[in-house]
Design a protein around this ligand. Structure first.
Ligand code: BG6
Length: 494
């Protein structure tokens, strides 16, 4: 029989973020975060990603006044805050050995600039990580996943202000010191490139708060400040806990030329190159010239001191973590070409690929190409920390969810990953399904965009029992993991 060999110690896992699952938005001293201000409106055009994710000060003020949770998906999440023991025990039965979660910054420092951390928040994560360990699961921890304390936005204008670097590193130091015995893998900032695409939900930047500044300057200054903070954290971990590893984490979307016209290929190459600029900084330790030129061409000034640049240079990341969901095409002239319906990374439609219920084109081979590209670029271990399908699931009367489409998605992506491991000479640390239980979508604040292996009875309006049901994909993943490090190739035949 033919097998795929998986390296010893490979991390098979699941992944999520605090603001999308926890709920408990104001419990045990937690402060309000930027995610708590993202309201679900049934009438909003979900394909207009910018509109859904850009916030105004007036909208934040309105969010502050409303203390209810129903319409505020990220205030209730799926109540993981109270269900984590049950959820972790259920997920452990799939055979996973790792679980990526973020620490909600505002649970530890409710206002971001507090002098002392909130002990109740720290105790929650003591118990959460211990529960994972007790179930044979290694935590992989993101420190900032779209959930900074709202007070830092209102009082300091978020990451634009260099004081926020110290607030974030203080938070990081507190939690790393507290949990270093339980956690060995740290990701300072989720999708560090995403600040360019969605400055509010990623980094709390509100355009109307900078009336006298070019907003591009605000974004690129904030981005630089995040790189400085991440480098400081990398140094802290390497100095104090040399066995722990730190990852750069980027969004990776494969971009193809629409046709073999070399001008289309050039455009695709330029877009892909641009997308790697962010991990270049964290893995090679310096700003690529092309990015500096881009910032210069925008006619903005980013304050970077020599000390900051040295910190970035001397403290590079150990591994390349990335999310992968889909691909798009591009062309030098897109006039008249059909574009994808996807809300986040739109591009020219690829006629060879199917699409998800949300118009994200599904491309397992693209994952393999990304693995090759990233490995050839950095020669450092790769880690797929997000890959999954947001789809409309249906709970049957007998409590089942027949999500064959998700099984197909996972099967095809995982088999491309295994082929890459076998033939492409890459180094890969692990693979995580984006989706533990269902959760609130980052970009649309919907519950109905479901990613989980476990269904949660809750709708977009926040109505439901929060009861959990195992999907068919849960059992499929369990079967896959039962093969441990030797997976029969025929398992991937349909
Ligand atoms: C990633 C984010 O970009 O995409 C996650 O890190 C997010 O937080 C995931 O959930 C899927 O996006 P969405 O908008 O469908 O939830």
């Amino acid at each position: 029989m033919d097998y795929y060999q998986v390296p010893e110690g490979f991390m098979w896992g699941v992944a999520t973020s605090a603001n999308q699952v926890e709920g408990g938005w104001n419990e045990d001293g937690k402060g309000m975060s930027i995610a708590d201000c993202e309201r679900y409106n049934s009438y909003q055009n979900l394909n207009d990603y910018k509109k859904v994710n850009d916030m105004t000060t007036a909208e934040i003020q309105a969010a502050l006044k409303d203390k209810t949770t129903k319409a505020w998906g990220k205030r209730h999440g799926v109540d993981f805050y109270h269900h984590y023991k049950e959820d972790i025990a259920t997920l452990a039965k799939t055979g996973i050995n790792s679980f990526r979660i973020s620490i909600a910054w505002s649970r530890i420092y409710p206002n971001g600039d507090d002098e002392k951390p909130n002990e109740a928040g720290l105790r929650y994560y003591d118990s959460l990580f211990q529960t994972m360990i007790d179930n044979g699961i290694q935590p992989v921890v993101t420190l900032s996943h779209y959930e900074m304390p709202l007070n830092l936005v209102l009082k300091y204008d978020s990451w634009y202000d260099k004081r926020v670097i110290s607030f974030f590193t203080q938070f990081a130091q507190t939690v790393i010191t507290r949990y270093h015995n339980l956690v060995n893998y740290w990701i300072p900032i989720n999708e560090i490139d995403s600040i360019i695409r969605h400055p509010y939900s990623s980094a709390g930047l509100v355009k109307d708060r900078f009336p006298n500044l070019n907003f591009d300057e605000v974004i690129y200054q904030s981005m630089h400040n995040q790189f400085v903070a991440a480098a400081w954290i990398t140094k802290f971990i390497h100095d104090k806990y040399p066995n722990a590893k730190v990852g750069s984490m980027i969004t990776s979307t494969m971009v193809y030329p629409y046709t073999s016209d070399p001008r289309n290929m050039l455009k695709a190459t330029q877009i892909m190159r641009k997308s790697y600029n962010f991990s270049d900084i964290q893995l090679r330790g310096k700003y690529p010239k092309v990015l500096l030129k881009h910032i210069h061409d925008l006619n903005v000034h980013v304050k970077m001191t020599d000390t900051e640049l040295r910190l970035i240079k001397e403290n590079t990341a150990d591994f390349v973590a990335f999310s992968y969901y889909s691909s798009v095409c591009t062309a030098y002239d897109t006039t008249g070409l059909k574009v994808t319906k996807a809300n986040r990374t739109t591009g020219v439609y690829n006629k060879y690929l199917p699409e998800s219920d949300w118009g994200w084109q599904i491309d397992p081979v693209g994952l393999r190409i990304i693995l090759i590209n990233l490995y050839d670029r950095y020669q450092k271990p790769l880690f797929i920390v997000e890959n999954g399908l947001g789809a409309k699931d249906k709970l049957t009367l007998d409590g089942k969810v027949h999500d064959q489409y998700r099984i197909d998605y996972l099967r095809k992506h995982i088999s491309q990953m295994l082929l890459s491991l076998k033939d492409d000479g890459i180094e890969l640390m692990g693979y995580m399904v984006w989706g533990t239980t269902d959760m609130v979508s980052a970009s649309t604040t919907q519950m109905s965009k479901r990613y989980g292996l476990i269904y949660v009875d809750l709708n977009d309006e926040g109505d439901g029992t929060y009861k959990r049901y195992l999907k068919d994909s849960y059992f499929w993943y369990q079967k896959l993991l039962s093969y441990k490090n030797k997976i029969p190739t025929m398992f991937f035949n349909k």
